[in-house]
Design a protein around this ligand. Sequence first.
Ligand SMILES: [Zn+2]
Ligand SMILES: [Zn+2]
Length: 338
Amino acid sequence: MGKKIQKVNKKMNSKQFKVATFYKYIELNNLNELTEKIKEKCSEIKLMGTILLAEEGINGNIAGTREQLNEFKEFLESIPEFKEMVYRENFSECIPFKKASVRKRNEIVTLGLKEVNVKHRGRHISPQELKKMIQEKQEIVLLDARSNYETKIGKFKNAVTLNIENFREFPKKLNELNKFKEKKIVMYCTGGVKCEKASAYLKEKGFKNVFQLNGGIINYINQFPDSEFEGRCFVFDKRLSVPSGKKDSLISSCKICHKETAQYINCSNTKCDELFICCNECKEKFLETCSKKCRKELEKQETIKAKKEKIQMNKANLEKIELKKVKLKKIEMDVKAV
Ligand SMILES: [Zn+2]
Ligand SMILES: [Zn+2]
């Protein structure tokens, strides 16, 4: 029995932090004041994360201990605009943010279309309802509203993905989506905030049967781990992705050697800077670059840098020698003067 408790404690320690995502579309009139107030609270309780505020609402990703999160939630609950907000949570071994960033923006997720009214959004369905639709093999189009770097490492089985670089490109895919206009569409994204807008956009464009997964992937994999969602779920913090269950299934592979992995890194050739999937071996072998070409470029940059440093060092040494010479001369002169 004692052993069992010890085991449980160990487990709790390794997952002692919580990461919470939340959003609410609500007209905010006192944006400056609210931003300042939230900023102050974050620094007071040392809460880390990213919180965006816009005239259309609030969108946040925060991390901390259970106590910190509870205090912050209580604080937001005391602001009338943010009452009854829903938080989607998962555990983390670390605080995956470097600081607290509370900022004002034009939109809480950038679609770039101010005229879309989220009041026209698609109907929410719960993870249970979606699971039932999938199990009953209902005729639905499961539409992933996220960008390609997200869908590459994880998505629902048989989902339609859009191959977009960022959410701003979603409206460009309207022509491609028109073939589903008469179908039943179920959209999903990470936590739900994008779908509110994207589903409203589709409905405004004449799509009638549009649904959205309430709470997004995070909500689904919390309730149904290791099931219809395959691979890992991309998240917007230092972790970059979280497993969709205990099995941690992978659907992605290393760009260089094609070994299964979901690890993202940025190409260290600063001229390239591509975010790409890379296994640990290739990361080491290719000096964290995405290709032979970039590794060559990096090595060239490094050699130039080393050469420059060498020249710089020689120059400094020369200056030192010169300085010594001057000193010596001075001493000589002093001696002569005596
Ligand atoms: Zn590799
Ligand atoms: Zn590169």
